[in-house]
Design a protein around this ligand. Structure first.
Ligand code: FES
Length: 122
């Protein structure tokens, strides 16, 4: 799974265009940088989900993990897993939920909405 670097964007609150929908085929993921915040974009059978990219157990990129058909991503480092729809940690050693982000698709692009708090962190 590859990465998309969008360093031109600042992590301000509000909408951010992440990539074209064609950039993330079904069953795959991409990492994207928005300001200082690393996000993972997942395409689960045509529906897009965006979470923070960094595993809450360590510093692995979840976009480099393994996306399953049931909507979980397995971390490549220690095999922990998260539900990409809710952020819930579903397999040990992951225990801390993953931050998920509001997503929309329009004009052939995947957009994420960062809240004020998320923008301040990123
Ligand atoms: S860094 Fe992801 S499970 Fe350990």
């Amino acid at each position: 799974m590859g990465a998309i670097e969008r360093e031109d964007q600042r992590a301000a609150a509000g909408d951010h265009a992440l990539c074209a929908t064609d950039d993330v085929p079904p069953g795959e993921a991409r990492r994207v940088l928005v300001g200082a915040r690393l996000l993972a974009i997942f395409n689960l059978d045509g529906t897009f989900y965006v979470t923070d990219d960094t595993c809450t157990h360590g510093f692995a990129s979840l976009a480099e993990g393994f996306l399953t058909e049931d909507g979980t991503v397995e971390c490549a480092w220690h095999g922990g897993a998260f539900d990409i729809r809710t952020g819930a940690a579903v397999t040990a050693p992951c225990q801390i939920p993953l931050v998920t982000h509001a997503v929309s698709v329009r004009d052939g692009m995947v957009w994420v909405v960062l809240t004020d708090k998320q923008a301040a962190e990123g």
